[in-house]
Design a protein around this ligand. Sequence first.
Ligand SMILES: NC(=O)C1=CN([C@@H]2O[C@H](COP(=O)(O)OP(=O)(O)OC[C@H]3O[C@@H](n4cnc5c(N)ncnc54)[C@H](OP(=O)(O)O)[C@@H]3O)[C@@H](O)[C@H]2O)C=CC1
Ligand SMILES: O=C(O)C1=N[C@H](C(=O)O)C[C@H](O)C1
Length: 217
Amino acid sequence: MGQKRMLPYHKILVSGARGRLGSVICTRLSADYQIIEHVRGLDLSTVIALHQPDLIIDVTSHINILAHIAIYQRHAIPVIIGTSGISPVDARLVCEATPFPLLIVPNFSMGFKTLIQQAVILSSQYKVSKIIETHHNQKKDSPSGSSLFLADRLDTTIESIRVPRYIAKHEIQFCMEGSLITISHEVTDKSSFIPGILHAIEYISSKPSAQIYYPGS
Ligand SMILES: NC(=O)C1=CN([C@@H]2O[C@H](COP(=O)(O)OP(=O)(O)OC[C@H]3O[C@@H](n4cnc5c(N)ncnc54)[C@H](OP(=O)(O)O)[C@@H]3O)[C@@H](O)[C@H]2O)C=CC1
Ligand SMILES: O=C(O)C1=N[C@H](C(=O)O)C[C@H](O)C1
């Protein structure tokens, strides 16, 4: 009979628990972890002090994320930030000022890391033309968080497109003598974020320093 694997955490607080991504995370993680739901209107610091989670996942909004991070820094509990809208400059400042495990994860989809790796290789041979990011029209921030980090890495511009009933796509165009090369990563099912979230939970349990993190091999 196989032994049950020891889980790295017991009690996970999910801020943004009732949102599109938060609800998928809570459903999946509730099989293995005790989930504390933090929703708008509840004082975040009070909820943390009351429930003493051993890990926090934030999937809320670009408007409040820096204020939430300041609260996490006061409580010094390991935290995974999936919320977009943090600029690469702010992300680096947050990491420098955080002496405990904090992961800023611009994109939980495992394939996104491959997109970055391939883009970096191509950018050494071709001129990067632009990034095009396409998302569902309920998305509140623009450009997407992932495209901000891509643009920072590739030193290029971003075009944003919003479409009803869409999930997410990031494309990078490279140009060469009268032709274009385009590479892209598209999320076709929100469940594709879950393996990356599990990967991030495993990784943060190894107590890394605060960092920008892309799940995947
Ligand atoms: N890293 C990644 O791979 C991914 C990141 N994201 C990012 O995650 C975030 C959430 O996305 P999504 O679930 O689609 O968005 P939703 O708007 O569906 O969900 C966000 C949830 O957070 C709540 N919320 C907003 N502000 C606060 C606050 N101050 N305190 C507590 N709860 C709050 C919202 O409540 P209310 O409805 O009342 O506003 C809502 O329930 C976005 O920044 C998005 O870009 C999304 C997908 C993948
Ligand atoms: O809001 C979304 O949906 C997504 N947000 C993230 C971003 O802004 O980069 C990641 C993914 O593209 C889905």
